[in-house]
Design a protein around this ligand. Structure first.
Ligand code: COA
Length: 291
């Protein structure tokens, strides 16, 4: 019997048109991958957006693409999240063009596979600087405007630090800190009308992150054995983004939303999955008799 495969939904068919009309999104790392998909979904529902990244050519091409796809305006600003002044400049340009900031996605991140023995102190610090310090710099640059709009933050984190993940000490430390930063932001700024949540994506197909973290010869088939029967799609993260920024999530703050098809909860006992769930009789010969 074949396992169920969950459908990939499009936020445009679920959430109402114009949900974010008049709103403005500020997204770091929005030039590609997951963050670009998150930005597109928010723009589809009516928001204008600024995307910030280090590669201006890619950023401008993405901004054009996003504007054409959504009919909204998208501003591309070159900026490195490790540089507070560059973020402040990007925020100033956003205010000059759009007059406000309602939503912020702290998405810029760096990653690669390396064991402690092959990771220099600078390599470790580089990822902390991009992911953790970059998130803090983004919050500092945007907060005065997000206070004015009583807006909302989403931080893109990960699930790998919930368990010890080899070759990921730098990102584990950086993302654990991002989760902590978001929770404190939620508590300190909640009384000002601001919400802050984390989205922790699981394995998402076709992203730079997945490309960087997949080992050679690993074609991704193993990931199909998830409770939902498939790898994640960028739309899965985009849908969670629209929900968390919407008023439907107005009672949700300081939380981590894991969007991973249930993979984090899957503990193997060495039996084939999902065969052991679908046809218990077929694995009986693998189970030791009762003592
Ligand atoms: N293994 C071990 N160390 C590595 C490495 C790898 N694969 N890649 C980079 N480093 C180390 C470098 O050796 C350097 O340390 P050193 O001078 O002591 O040797 C340090 O990290 C900084 O590298 P550098 O290339 O100068 O940094 P950068 O600012 O140009 O790039 C990175 C930042 C390293 C995070 C780069 O991978 C990047 O730009 N990533 C952005 C995109 C991305 O990662 N997307 C996926 C998101 S999930």
């Amino acid at each position: 019997m074949a396992a169920y495969v969950s459908p990939i939904a499009d936020s445009a068919t679920i959430f109402k048109d114009g949900l974010f009309n008049g709103k403005v999104l500020f997204c770091t790392g929005g030039g590609s991958g997951i963050c670009k998909g998150m930005t597109e979904a928010v723009m589809h529902h009516g928001a204008n957006a600024t995307i910030v990244g280090r590669k201006l050519d890619r950023l401008i091409a993405s901004a054009d693409e996003l504007a054409k796809a959504t009919g909204r305006q998208c501003l591309a600003v070159r900026g490195d999240v490790r540089e507070p002044e560059q973020l402040k400049d990007a925020v100033a340009k956003t205010i000059e063009k759009f007059g406000r900031i309602d939503f912020v996605i702290c998405g810029a991140a760096g990653n690669f596979l390396a064991p402690i023995s092959g990771l220099s102190e600078k390599g470790f610090k580089t990822v902390i600087d991009i992911d953790t310090i970059g998130t803090y710099n983004t919050i500092k640059a945007t907060l005065p405007y997000v206070r004015q709009s009583k807006g909302s933050y989403i931080h893109v984190s990960a699930t790998l630090h919930y368990k010890a993940t080899p070759y990921q000490i730098h990102v584990s430390a950086a993302k654990a800190a991002v989760d902590a930063v978001s929770a404190v932001l939620a508590v300190e700024e909640g009384p000002w009308g601001i919400r802050s949540n984390v989205i922790a994506p699981g394995p998402i197909a076709g992203t730079e992150g997945a490309e960087r973290l997949t080992t050679k010869g690993h074609d991704g088939d193993g990931w199909a054995q998830l409770p939902v029967g498939r790898l994640g799609h960028i739309k899965d993260i985009a849908n969670a983004t629209v929900f968390l920024f919407s008023d439907a999530a107005s009672f949700i703050t300081g939380q981590v939303l894991v969007v991973d098809g249930g993979s984090e909860h899957l503990r193997s006992v060495g039996l084939p999955y999902p065969q052991a769930m679908l046809d218990p009789a077929s694995v009986q010969n693998m189970i030791k008799p009762r003592l």
